[in-house]
Design a protein around this ligand. Structure first.
Ligand SMILES: Nc1ncnc2c1ncn2[C@@H]1O[C@H](COP(=O)(O)OP(=O)(O)OP(=O)(O)O)[C@@H](O)[C@H]1O
Ligand SMILES: [Mg+2]
Length: 249
């Protein structure tokens, strides 16, 4: 890696707050994500985890209804002033909470929807083949309607769709929520493969042990703020639990 690449993080968040109307859901977030990181974000319901990811991908730029203050930079370039489409084009994509697939469309059509940008269309077939290589089951089921698939299969479609845009940074919101342990193991194997191909990963995970096992960095959110951050090896489970619930407990 060049010294420059070391100096400039892949994603830099500074002084970021996000509001739903009057409600400030996250405030004064500062966070650097380095190329090659697997960053796990943990925190209780309502801590602001999803809002943070939505802020990064331009889903909190809704005028009065939702807005952000502060900066988000990707490879040194401002993202916080861009629309979601331009952010995806820059190389940042979200696998949203609840997956948000097109339930009546086939697996293949859902995947192709991830290559909606004009720049991506010429290479969509090659990307699709790569995604089928990663998820052979999706190749078998390519003509199946998504609503007829299991939760784990749908999560694979959602991940595949995100990969169709050739991201450098992929944000997984609730990667394993509601899935059976064996399916979760499988999903995590895929995430490691994706990471091994050079994609930086941010994972929101309810299961603290899994988060600590996969990540090289962890941050804990509480009531809209990052209250603890570090490498899993440097943090004790007690410290993480205390941060998760707030120190008074
Ligand atoms: N669309 C919305 N409109 C108004 N308030 C919202 C909206 N979405 C989230 N909030 C509020 O913003 C705060 C942060 O919510 P967020 O969804 O980011 O938390 P989270 O950490 O992702 O929680 P969960 O673990 O339940 O997914 C909460 O107080 C929540 O009630
Ligand atoms: Mg959430």
């Amino acid at each position: 890696m060049t010294p420059m690449a070391d100096a400039v993080p892949l994603l830099r968040i500074a002084g970021l707050s996000a509001y739903y109307g009057e409600l400030r859901a996250i405030y004064d977030i500062a966070l650097d994500i380095r190329e090659g990181d697997i960053l796990a974000i943990i925190g209780a319901n309502g801590a602001g985890k999803s809002t943070l990811l939505k802020s990064i991908v331009g889903l909190m730029n809704r005028g009065e209804a939702a807005h952000i203050r502060g900066r988000v930079e990707f490879r040194g370039r401002r993202l916080d002033t861009l629309e979601t489409e331009a952010i995806v084009d820059a190389g940042v994509t979200l696998v949203p909470e609840g997956r948000r697939l097109f339930p009546r469309m086939t697996v293949e059509d859902n995947l192709r929807a991830g290559a909606f940008l004009p720049r991506l269309r010429p290479t969509a077939d090659r990307r699709l083949a790569e995604i089928f290589g990663l998820f052979p089951k999706l190749r078998e089921r390519r003509r199946q309607v998504v609503s007829e698939m299991s939760g784990g299969e749908q999560q694979m479609v959602a991940i595949g769709r995100a990969l169709m845009s050739s991201p450098s940074l992929i944000l997984f919101d609730e990667l394993s929520l509601g899935l059976a342990p064996a399916v979760v193991d499988d999903i995590y194997r895929k995430v490691r493969e994706i990471h091994a191909k050079g994609v930086t990963c941010v994972i929101i995970e309810q299961d603290m042990r899994r988060a600590l096992a996969v990540a090289n960095r962890v941050c804990v959110m509480l009531e809209g703020a990052i209250v603890l951050e570090g490498a899993p090896a440097e943090l004790t489970e007690d410290a993480i639990t205390a941060a998760y619930f707030g120190s008074e407990r």
